[in-house]
Design a protein around this ligand. Structure first.
Ligand code: NAI
Length: 792
């Protein structure tokens, strides 16, 4: 046999990682686990157990407890009891605990990696080299944040007891992403692992004991969706952090509506992987392997839609098929395999079903010539070509090793295809032309963009989605914000009148006109697309001053007016692309023109509210200056990540942002919210105070003389409580702020579940005595993290 022959026929021998330590650990626990509550192990009250299965064989690894409502109660009580002391420990002491956890993770890294592979089915190469090191990194990084918290986030407080629900695809890593920032900020947690993969969370409970973490700071309650649901609905939980399917995310949004719970959702995706004709093809091929065959494709940000420039498509597919042939699917503990087992039969079935649907839709299915192991739950790497952009293959998250390919001709076609999804989690762009890559990145509706790379994660870089991929970020400075609270309201709202939830113009005393105090009929219209427009229904309602005098009428906006405003805002998209400098100029100009008419506004405000009109107008002018100042200064950050990359954390406007304003200080309250939204480049639909809309409608002429472009700011007057849910339901409204009643908050949060828009809703009035700069900058933008190759 020649050397060449040996080389060409050489095949991999088995390279198994020993399961001995993990088996010993399981045996030590009698292969049966209780719940970790208040620093100790206890039986579930239900006595119900379910098996955790090894996906490579189907064998049971251990029995896990099904946590009941009563168990969730106990865990929340323990977390609540631990909260004050944990907060009072201060950042440095908490930092020491997080550091100790990171050290223990490293010391137990082999056990954790093997256990994770056995329980989830993912290759040991991945758990050993990616999951576990990232877990340690996350705790180290957040040990640092605990230390720096007071200095870097002054005036912000821990949210409280956090309910955290995680999925099965990165069990330990998702636990770290949830627990580390929560603890750093002084919160306590009740975490529910996914029912398929509880084991490493239970091992982490032991680590918490080893480092002497105070009892009740971390509680682990295992169980299925019922346990998760009990946690979501528990009245004494202050925040829910969820990673999982968009479907359950939507349920959770509805279940928590109006409860006062803070919420972050990290949901599904159908992320584009865009290959331009000038890409380094070999790198891009390896990129595809990492994008869709990493973790068996069970990755929320998997690059699962391959978009290839038409001129290279056939050659690219051919090369990719050759590469697929050389991938190895096999036992997760074999160090030389690329793809392990699918987590559960139900997931395997779902993948198979979606693949069959794809074939029926007429797409061409490519799979390697070899067969996957018959024992256990395996699926081969799969590529579909000839996929229609609207087909279910291209739109539905398959959550398996299935890539679907489409072609494009021009960069703008690539962007259109990439954004043709309801999700917006991640995207990869492959091109050797830095100009092209950096031109495409800002156009992608995705929270993470990897340039010439894919599936990179780090504790210093924020991760999270746009659109139906959820809201909130995990990791980095952005992620900490999800576990902190800063007060922006005065509660209860001062002087807010009793409000009929759905009044009609006649309930409010009048239909039609009426002469104002001046003796001239003035019915304020809507302000839509830069023009004053009559309300669609033709109705208006009277606006009375503090002494009951009829001061004029305002339009009674309805659903159609909101639709018109959204359409105008869509057409006003140029505002989101202007420079911060220009937006600053326009806000200064607004302030200048308001100042020129200060006397008129002072009189109006006094007539409306009886308050000090002069003080409110001066504060409003100052507020406009404040936000003009910020318009060109909210710069984002460059995160240093321990790879050959930097991450550009770019604050981007939401797009169309709706603002429902409080009644208090009707001009200052209005401008304190509208100005930051505009300053950050959002097109705004504002519903002014329903009691005092004239404070906002008087601004029309100021807006017209201040060069505010049509569609940038649209004002719809009327009943805030019925307009807010309409705005919440509208799919094109990407974010909604609401200040009003408790029922209003509930309605807004519930109705926002449709497109899972970010809401920032308050039962109460804005405390407009302060600008709340950091909080409003955060609320007015979403961060896109762009990973750019950098250095060596
Ligand atoms: P899932 O969303 O049902 O499960 C995620 C977590 O939520 C688990 O801990 C589960 O017990 C819990 N859960 C389920 N129902 C709940 C409820 N009503 N209230 C509170 N918690 C609840 O995901 P599943 O069923 O395991 O997978 C189905 C599909 O979801 C996958 O095929 C995939 O498309 C997607 N998925 C996406 C993930 C992501 O990271 N984006 C992770 C897991 C699944």
């Amino acid at each position: 046999m020649s050397v060449l022959h040996a080389y060409e026929t050489m095949s991999y021998g088995p390279a198994p990682e020993s399961p001995a330590d993990a088996v010993a650990w399981l045996d030590r626990h009698g292969r049966r686990f209780g719940l970790f509550i208040g620093g100790a192990w206890s039986e579930a009250t239900s006595g119900e157990l379910f098996p955790s299965l090894d996906p490579s064989s189907g064998d049971s690894l251990a029995e896990i407890s099904q946590g009941s409502e009563a168990d969730v109660d106990r865990a929340v009580d323990a977390a609540r009891a631990a909260l004050p002391a944990w907060g009072e420990l201060g950042g440095h002491r908490r930092s020491r605990y997080l550091y100790a956890i990171a050290r223990q993770v490293q010391k137990h890294s082999r056990l954790l990696a093997v256990l994770e592979s056995m329980d989830n089915g993912k290759p040991i190469r991945e758990t050993r080299d990616i999951d576990v090191p990232l877990v340690a990194r996350h705790f180290y990084h957040h040990a640092g944040w605990a230390q720096l918290l007071e200095e870097e986030f002054p005036g912000q407080e821990a949210v409280g007891v956090c309910g955290q629900i995680i999925p099965w695809n990165f069990p330990l890593l998702m636990l770290a992403w949830k627990i580390a920032p929560a603890l750093a900020c002084g919160n306590t947690v009740v975490l529910k692992p996914a029912e398929y993969t509880s084991l490493t969370a239970l091992a982490m409970a032991e680590i918490c004991q080893e480092v002497g973490l105070p009892e009740g700071v971390v509680n682990i309650v295992t169980g299925d969706g019922r346990t998760g649901d009990a946690l979501v609905r528990h009245p004494d939980v202050d925040k829910i952090a969820f990673t999982g399917s968009t479907e359950v995310g939507r349920l959770i949004r509805r279940a928590t509506a109006g409860s006062g719970k803070k919420l972050s959702l990290e949901l599904g995706g159908k992320s584009p992987f865009i290959v331009f004709d000038d890409a380094d093809i070999d790198s891009a091929i390896e990129g595809v392997v990492d994008a869709i065959w990493f973790n068996q494709g069970q990755v929320c940000c998997a690059g699962s839609r391959l978009l290839v420039q038409e001129s290279i498509a056939e050659a690219f597919y051919a090369k990719l098929r050759r590469r697929m042939e050389t991938l190895r699917v096999g036992h997760p503990l074999d160090k030389a395999i690329d793809i392990g087992a699918i987590v559960a039969p139900v997931q395997l079935e779902r993948i198979g079903q979606l693949v069959e649907e794809g074939k029926a839709e007429g797409a061409v299915c490519h799979q390697p010539s070899w067969a996957v192991p018959q024992e256990g739950w395996f699926y081969p790497p799969t590529l579909f070509t000839g996929v229609e952009p609207s087909s279910s293959l291209a739109q539905v998250e398959i959550f398996g090793p299935v890539m679907v390919a489409m072609t494009f001709r021009t960069p703008s076609e690539a962007v259109a295809l990439a954004n043709d999804t309801r999700y917006g989690l991640a995207a990869s762009v492959w091109s050797e032309n830095v100009n092209l890559a950096l031109d495409i990145a800002p156009q992608l509706a995705a929270g993470v963009v990897w340039i010439n790379s894919t599936n990179l994660f780090d504790a210093a870089a924020g991760f999270g989605g746009y659109r139906e991929s959820g809201f909130g970020r995990e990791g980095g400075r952005e992620g900490l914000g999800e576990y902190l609270r800063s007060a922006v309201t005065v509660n209860p709202p001062s002087g807010s009148p009793d409000h009929d939830p759905e009044p009609t113009p006649s309930d409010l005393g009048i239909v039609g006109g009426g002469l104002g105090a001046s003796g001239i009929d003035r019915t304020a219209k809507m302000y839509i697309g830069g023009k004053q427009q009559r309300p669609d229904g033709g109705n208006s309602y009277p606006v009375r001053g503090h002494d009951g005098v009829h001061l004029g009428d305002a339009g009674w906006g309805n659903r159609k007016d909101i639709r018109n405003a959204v359409e105008a805002a869509r057409k006003g998209a140029a505002w989101s692309k202007t420079t911060g400098h220009l937006r600053a100029q326009i806000l200064y100009y607004l302030a200048e023109n308001l100042d020129a008419r200060a006397g008129e506004f002072e009189a109006r405000l006094h007539a409306l509210t009886g308050g000090d009109g002069r003080a409110e107008v001066q504060a409003s002018i100052e507020r406009l200056f404040y936000w003009a100042a910020w318009a060109d200064k909210h710069d984002g950050a460059v995160h240093g990540v321990p790879m050959r990359n930097v991450t550009l954390a770019m604050p981007e406007p939401w797009g169309i942002l709706a603002v429902c304003c409080p009644d208090e200080q009707p001009l200052l309250g209005f401008l304190s919210l509208v100005a930051p939204a505009l300053a950050m480049g959002n097109r705004v639909i504002a519903v002014p105070s329903p009691l005092y809309p004239l404070a906002a409608t008087d601004l029309y002429q100021v807006l017209e003389t201040s060069d505010v472009p049509g569609g940038a700011l649209n004002i719809v007057t009327g009943d805030r409580e019925s307009l807010a849910p309409t705005l919440a339901q509208h799919d094109e409204v990407a974010c909604l702020w609401y200040f009003g009643t408790g029922e209003g908050v509930e309605a807004v949060e519930r109705e926002s579940a449709g497109n899972l828009k970010r809401t920032w809703a308050h039962a109460g009035a804005l405390d407009a005595t302060k600008p709340h700069g950091p909080e409003l900058l955060k609320q007015a933008t979403q961060t896109k993290n762009i990973w750019v190759p950098y250095g060596d």
